[in-house]
Design a protein around this ligand. Sequence first.
Ligand code: SF4
Length: 361
Amino acid sequence: MIFSNPWYRSFRQRLIDWYSTNHRQLPWRETNNPYHIWVSEIMLQQTQVATVIDYYHRFLKRFPAVESLARAPQEDVLEHWSGLGYYRRARSLHAAAQQIVESLGGEFPNSVEAIQQLHGIGRYTAGAIASFAFDQPAPILEANTIRLFSRIMAITESTRLSSVQNQLWQFAEEILPTGDGSGKLNQAVMELGSLICTPQNPKCQSCPIRKQCRAHELGLEGQIPLVLKKPKAEPLVHVGAVIQDRQGRFLLRQNDSSQWWQDLWDLPWVEIAVRKSLKLDASERHEIEQTFSERLGIRVQVEQQLASVRHAVTKYKVHYFCLRSSLAKGSKLKASTNLGWFSIQELPPVSSRFKKIRLES
Ligand code: SF4
């Protein structure tokens, strides 16, 4: 045990009192439906609360229960995720919904161990669903609670160390009450981390547990948790071919499982050597055309630059150039399910960067 029983009792009491009057009203807090809580938790990974609210309502309006999500075509699921990014989350939700319907008779599991068996659900999300929906005494650890707990214990080492992770998980477990109330307590620690124990300038004077916080006592709240410098983003250059048919429809290609934006549609694109501008001489033009031909089996002629956008993906910053192009003379598209002509009015689910380039028919 890291602290004494009276210490934990007082910690819980202060937190719950604070939470009762200070927490935000969020739609996923007004329910104990595990499916709804699960959808919100997956959306909240890498996305801000304010953005998630609208998506959450829209997604649940279209897929109100786990069965409707399981039965839906993947395209439809991706469509309702469009704009949230990190589409792997939507694919995992869909796959796990099918798992629940096919293997568990549509019944959402209620233990951390069983929830963690579902596709794409890790220890944190399983704990969040088990405690918020079923009030199970399941510990949780995510960005907000890692920061809060490491300050309370004044941990000056990196929170990525496995010894530190173990200490944090142990603390997350020990703060939970023995009877009911684990769900509320977990909500309270997350909310305190999010609203008061913020990454910069924590509001210690308004913090209900400041008397129990070692970092505050030692004046170390600004230095904990230890933030390691992020490595510099690596540059990449992608070239997309803007090809239209006689009716003004665009040729799009569906990204495969080896690519980012898996299953979403985009201009046919290839990666080329990093460069600042795309003023091409004849040999560079030829090289790009060859790359299209070798990598995608599409023989194109590139013409002029139409647009360029910059965006970030994982550790990369991508400069995406779109070139007006045409199919090379005599070249015919092979019958393929991942290539197709689409009008701007009837697009399939497209990547977020495709939306940024604003093509006109
Ligand atoms: S006292 Fe300050 S550093 Fe400590 S938990 Fe509260 S807000 Fe965070």
